[in-house]
Design a protein around this ligand. Structure first.
Ligand code: FES
Ligand SMILES: [Fe+2]
Length: 448
C-alpha cells in the first residue's frame, strides 16, 4: 500500500501534474485513423485532461488544436471545415492546423488583431491506424523501432475502448501475469481453430495444449521482472507436471503501454491513455508476423462489443457487465461472457474511478506493479529535476532505432531446459518465418 499523497502523484495526469509531465514527454495515442475516415474529419479529443479538436485540413494534413474558440469560448468541434482550416460558427474566426487565427471576418477591414490570436496546438503524426500527439515541451522523441511501428499498415490493426477508471488501474492489470489464470479462466476449452483475433484461445507454444487449459491448471506462476531500455520485461513461468515449463514473456513499455502475445500469429501493443483522471482509453495495435491482418473481421468482432462514436463498451457497470451466475458456475470465472476485455474492464473499473491504494495489499505476484511504480517515481523526479535524458527512450534517434521487439511470446521449455534460451529461440523462429516485413531484432538482442 502507498500513501494518499503518493497515490495522487502517481495517478494525476492533468496540466501541471508530475505523472502528466512524464506522459507529455512521449507520443500519445489521440484517435484512431478510422475516426477520421468520414466525410467531415473533425473529432473531439480529450487527452490528459485537455479538450482538443482533431481535424484533417484540405491539404490532407492533420491539426490538433484547443477545442474552445479563443474569442468567446464556443466549441470548435462544431466548426466549419473550410478554407484549409476550421472556422468557428459563432463569429467566423478561422484557424489553421497550427492553431493560428488567420481571419476575423466580422472585425473591421484591415484589422490585424488575428495575428496575435493563437490557440493551443500539438504536433500529430499518423502511424499504422493511430493518430499520435506530442503534448510536451521541445522536440518530440523519435518513435522506437517496435514491431507495431515497423510492420506495414496491412499487418497492423488498431482499435480502442473506453474504461471508466484512472489510467494506472488499467496499466497495472497489464503487468499482472497472475490474473490470467483466474479472471480470464474458461471452464471449458474452445476449439483453438476458432481463435482468430482473440486472446488466450490459441494453443501454448508449439504444443497442442490450449492456453485456456494451461492457465487454468497452473495458477501459480513464478514471475521475474527485468529492467530494459524501454521499461520492464516480465517473465512468467508455469512449471508443468511433465517437467516442461511454460514461459510467457510480456513487457511494460514506458510510460503507459504493454506488449503481450495474443496468439502465435499476433502480438498486442496496448497504450492506456488518460482522457482525464477518471477515464482512459486503451489503444491496441495488433501486429501480425504471418499474413496481413483481417481488419474487417477484427473490427467487426470489436464493434459488436462497443458503441460509436466514443468506443464505450456495451457491457459496463450500468448493466452489471452482463453478469450471469449460471455462466459463472458453468463456463467462465467471471460470468461476464467470453470477451476478455470485459473481464479486464470489470477488474479495473470496480475498484472505483481512482482506486484508494492506501487500502491495497500487494502480494508476491504483484512484483511488476511495485517495480513499475518505482520507475514512474524516478521519471517524475527526473522531470522535476530537469534531467529528462534519464527517462526511458528519451536518449535520441540512435537509441530509439536500437530498441526493437520487444519479445512478447509464449513458449514451452523442455524438461530441464533453459527457459531464457527457449523463449529467445521461440521468438527468433517466429521472426525468421516472417517474410512479409523485416521483423529481425538481431542488432538489438540486448533490448529485445
Ligand atoms: S466564439 Fe468563436 S468566433 Fe466568436
Ligand atoms: Fe487481463
Amino acid at each position: 500500500m502507498i500513501s494518499q499523497e503518493m497515490n495522487d502523484r502517481l495517478t494525476r495526469t492533468g496540466p501541471g501534474s508530475d505523472a502528466g509531465a512524464v506522459m507529455r514527454r512521449y507520443w500519445q495515442p489521440a484517435a484512431l485513423s478510422d475516426e477520421l475516415a468520414v466525410p467531415r474529419p473533425v473529432v473531439p479529443v480529450r487527452l490528459l485532461g485537455e479538450d482538443l479538436v482533431l481535424f484533417r485540413d484540405d491539404s490532407g494534413a492533420l491539426g490538433l488544436i484547443g477545442r474552445a474558440c479563443p474569442h468567446r469560448g464556443a466549441d470548435l468541434c462544431y466548426g466549419r471545415l473550410e478554407d484549409n482550416g476550421l472556422r468557428c460558427p459563432f463569429h467566423g474566426w478561422h484557424f489553421d492546423r497550427t492553431g493560428q487565427c488567420v481571419e476575423q471576418p466580422g472585425e473591421p477591414e484591415g484589422a490585424r488583431m488575428h495575428e496575435r490570436i493563437r490557440t493551443a496546438s500539438y504536433p500529430v503524426v499518423e502511424k499504422n491506424g493511430i493518430v499520435w500527439a506530442y503534448m510536451g515541451p521541445g522536440d518530440p522523441p523519435p518513435f522506437p523501432d517496435f514491431d507495431c511501428f515497423r510492420a506495414p499498415d496491412s499487418h497492423v490493426f488498431a482499435f480502442k475502448g473506453l474504461w471508466a477508471c484512472n489510467w494506472l488501474q488499467a496499466m497495472e492489470v497489464g503487468i499482472d501475469p497472475a490474473h490470467a489464470s483466474f479472471l480470464h479462466r474458461f471452464l471449458q476449452d474452445e476449439d483453438p481453430a476458432d481463435s482468430y483475433g482473440k486472446q488466450f484461445r490459441d494453443t501454448a507454444g508449439a504444443t497442442d495444449i490450449p492456453m485456456t487449459r494451461l492457465l487454468r491448471d497452473y495458477p501459480r506462476p513464478d514471475i521475474t521482472v527485468e529492467d530494459t531500455d524501454y521499461g520492464l520485461r516480465l517473465i512468467a513461468l508455469r512449471h508443468l507436471d511433465d517437467g516442461r515449463t511454460h514461459v510467457r514473456v510480456t513487457n511494460q513499455i514506458f510510460p503507459q503501454a504493454i506488449s503481450i502475445p495474443m496468439s502465435r500469429e499476433m502480438i498486442i501493443t496496448q497504450w492506456h491513455v488518460p482522457i482525464d483522471d477518471e477515464r482512459c482509453y486503451w489503444y491496441s495495435m495488433f501486429t501480425s508476423f504471418t499474413g496481413p491482418v483481417d481488419k474487417q473481421k477484427m473490427r467487426d468482432q470489436r464493434l459488436r462489443e462497443h458503441r460509436l462514436p466514443d468506443y464505450a463498451p456495451l457491457r459496463n457497470s450500468a448493466n452489471g457487465y452482463g453478469f450471469d451466475p449460471v455462466e459463472q458456475a458453468r463456463e467462465t470465472y467471471t460470468g461476464m461472457g467470453l470477451d476478455i476485455n470485459v473481464h479486464d474492464q470489470w477488474a479495473v473499473e470496480s475498484p472505483g474511478p481512482i482506486f484508494d491504494r492506501t487500502r491495497e495489499h500487494l502480494g508476491k505476484t504483484d512484483v511488476a506493479i511495485i517495480r513499475y511504480r518505482r520507475m514512474l517515481r524516478a521519471a517524475m523526479d527526473a522531470v522535476t529535476a530537469g534531467t529528462e535524458t534519464d527517462l526511458p527512450m528519451r536518449g535520441g534517434a540512435a537509441q530509439a532505432a536500437a530498441i526493437r521487439g520487444p519479445i512478447s511470446n509464449d513458449t514451452i521449455a523442455a524438461s530441464g531446459g533453459d527457459w531464457h534460451a527457449a523463449y529467445t529461440a521461440g521468438d527468433a523462429e517466429r521472426r525468421a518465418a516472417c517474410t512479409d516485413w523485416d521483423a529481425s531484432i538481431a542488432t538489438a538482442a540486448k533490448t529485445g
